[in-house]
Ligand binder design. Structure first.
Ligand code: BG6
Length: 469
């Protein structure tokens, strides 16, 4: 492996930080995503969080209190030998309502200390600027990304981050899994819909404003420090046709395009023809201006980051069982085992996905999420998570093959939820990804004690060897 390969782990403020009212932080999306049945409807934008019962439980308000434990957590990452740590900044900790002219100094000071702590151990910070997270005020008052004004609010936030961390942070990711906007619009982009609204048109309008915001952030970042590396981020996982029936193959191509659409714009700098035709056929009346197109063209990303949990599968006849996986609808692939949460396990699919992305964009990739959500059992104070080690080993092997055999250029690999955190889709604590166990249950009880799992030592050895097994 290249000597400078960025091995590490990834989390996000919305699922780990907690401290929701510390350091003058303002309320954000994640604070109003409840645990339980209604979570999905809120994430989809179908149920307004203001209509939730008063006794709802919001697990991310405390999460694993990474906010209060970051020194201890970073010390554990350093013990594993992390070269990089991907985390996100909570927008409402910097701008509590999103509208302030000046940043919240207490929030900024927190991240200054946080980043200083990483650098103390020579851990490269990989910063996600917006990970399913924004001030609630921007949603309730402005309608979130359906409103062009969001671009300026976002840029003001970016400017503060870029200037403050000009000499400490090199890698920036503008939006986590930007394509999630299409699938979980409230969680992904703060979108809610009115009765009778053209939901698809609203989503593409919001997508356009996010794409422009991302390109303008890239422009600004490069002005502030030409060495900054800016990345887009895709919830990846190639779509397989269920059979070689041409209709299945066609459907798979269409589904892949729904997700590639975002990266096509961010990496190539223009709307692809298939998207323009789609907008035309749908009769959309989108606010896309000449100056937007110019900025998209001139300020493409430096690298493409991605999450990979599973491949997907589609049958054109819509028949058969549904398959699980990271949010997107998929048909069940009979050739694959699944996790306890029904997500297919497909290491070769990872190699296929990496090759597809690299062939398509020819820009360095960065794997910023991959991992297995599983229940762990604490026996005599220890967790023997061989199932997680097997998952990670298989996927890392596939990634190495993509690099060595296929020549795919990959900057690094940060395993998702390297420390247990709240699941984004279910709000559960029991869906654990970590190499570090956190003593906390789904109902919020627990001491928050950190305990290294067997995978902790396995990953530490892998990083030390800078190779697999
Ligand atoms: C990705 C997200 O979609 O998947 C993470 O970027 C999320 O925020 C991860 O946690 C795993 O999904 P889940 O629902 O198992 O937490």
């Amino acid at each position: 492996m290249p000597k400078n390969f960025l091995w590490g782990g990834a989390t996000a403020a919305n699922q780990s930080e907690g401290g929701w009212q510390e350091s003058n932080r303002g309320p954000a999306i994640v604070d109003v995503l409840p645990h339980g049945q209604e979570r999905l409807r809120v994430m989809l934008g179908e149920l307004d969080y203001r209509d939730l019962p008063d006794d709802s439980y919001y697990p991310a308000r405390e999460a694993i209190d990474h906010f209060g434990h970051y020194k201890e957590d970073i010390a554990l990452f350093a013990q594993m030998g992390f070269k990089a740590y991907r985390f996100s900044i909570s927008w409402s900790r910097i701008f509590p309502t999103g509208e302030e002219k000046e940043p919240n100094q207490a929030g900024l000071a927190y991240y200054q200390d946080f980043i200083k702590e990483l650098l103390k151990y020579n851990i490269e910070p990989i910063v996600t600027i917006c990970h399913f997270d924004m001030p609630l005020n921007l949603i309730d008052k402005y309608g979130s990304w359906k409103n062009r004004q969001l671009i300026d609010f976002y840029l003001r936030y970016c400017q503060v981050l870029f200037e403050t961390f000009k000499d400490q942070v090199k890698y920036w990711i503008t939006f986590n899994e930007i394509n999630m906007l299409m699938h979980l619009p409230f969680m992904g982009a703060g979108l809610r819909f009115e009765e009778g609204e053209n939901v698809l048109e609203s989503k593409y309008q919001a997508a356009h404003y996010e794409l422009v915001a991302s390109a303008r952030a890239t422009q600004l970042a490069h002005q502030i420090n030409p060495d900054f590396q800016l990345g887009c981020m895709l919830a990846a996982g190639s779509v397989y046709p269920y059979s070689c029936k041409p209709q299945d193959v066609w459907q798979a191509l269409q589904m892949d395009r729904e997700n590639y659409f975002f990266i096509d714009v961010q990496a190539r700098g223009a709307y692809p023809n298939y998207a323009l035709k789609f907008f035309e056929k749908q009769g959309f009346n989108l606010d896309i201006r000449e100056e937007d197109l110019q900025v998209l063209k001139e300020h493409t990303v430096d690298f493409i980051s991605l999450s990979y949990y599973n491949s997907r599968c589609v049958r054109s006849d819509g028949a058969g069982e549904a398959g699980g996986g990271n949010v997107f609808a998929s048909a069940k692939n009979p050739y694959l085992e699944v996790s306890e949460w029904g997500w297919p396990i497909d290491p070769l699919g990872f190699r296929i996905t990496l090759n597809n992305l690299y062939d398509r964009y020819q820009k360095p990739l960065f794997v910023v999420e991959n991992g297995l959500g599983a229940r762990d059992e604490l026996v005599d104070g220890q967790i023997e998570d061989d199932y997680r080690i097997n998952y990670l080993a298989g996927h890392i092997q596939a990634m190495l093959e993509a690099m060595e055999e296929d020549g795919v250029d990959i900057l690094g690999y940060t395993a998702w939820g390297c420390i247990d955190l709240i699941s984004a889709t279910t709000g559960e604590m029991s869906k654990r990804y970590g190499m570090i166990y956190v003593d906390k249950a789904d109902d919020g009880s627990g001491s928050l004690k950190r305990i290294p799992k067997k995978s902790f030592y396995w990953y530490r050895d892998l990083i030390e060897k800078n190779s697999h097994i």
